[in-house]
Design a protein around this ligand. Structure first.
Ligand SMILES: [Zn+2]
Ligand SMILES: [Zn+2]
Length: 134
């Protein structure tokens, strides 16, 4: 945790450490989930602090922010990858795409495309049971 901060030229503060812990422990949390995690760990943090720390980590390249159906989620994994979102509880996980499946942009697109990622939709394992019980 501290090493990651050092490697990105950031000073180590207890707030930054607990936010990084939250990002490793939770799967793609939003700021509220990070705050709840920090408060469970008895870290004295306000919402504003959580937002500031997340923004600092993002600017330093330690985490990426992504918009999932209007919710701003943070990801400790910064390489390009797909996600899957549970339509019942909103949980977001990493998704490994079947090897060899790449989307191909139309030849006539005026855009310069250099990356791609998908958000899959479905039911997470926990919600599959609930769905069966109504
Ligand atoms: Zn779910
Ligand atoms: Zn991810």
């Amino acid at each position: 945790m501290e090493d990651a901060l050092h490697a990105h030229g950031l000073r180590i503060t207890p707030q930054r450490v607990v936010v990084l812990e939250a990002l490793r422990a939770l799967s793609h949390p939003d700021a509220e989930a990070v705050l709840a995690y920090a408060q469970n760990r008895q870290a004295a943090m306000s919402v504003a602090t959580v937002y500031n720390v997340l923004e600092k980590l993002r600017a330093a390249g330690l985490v990426i922010a992504m918009d999932v159906r209007g919710r701003r989620c943070f990801d400790i994994r910064t390489d390009s990858h797909d996600h899957v979102r549970c339509r019942h509880c909103g949980r977001v996980d990493d998704m490994v795409r079947h090897p060899g499946t790449r989307l191909i942009a139309p030849d006539q697109s005026p855009w310069v495309i250099d990356d791609q990622s998908l958000i899959w939709e479905g039911l997470c394992p926990a919600c599959q049971g609930e769905a069966q019980h109504g």
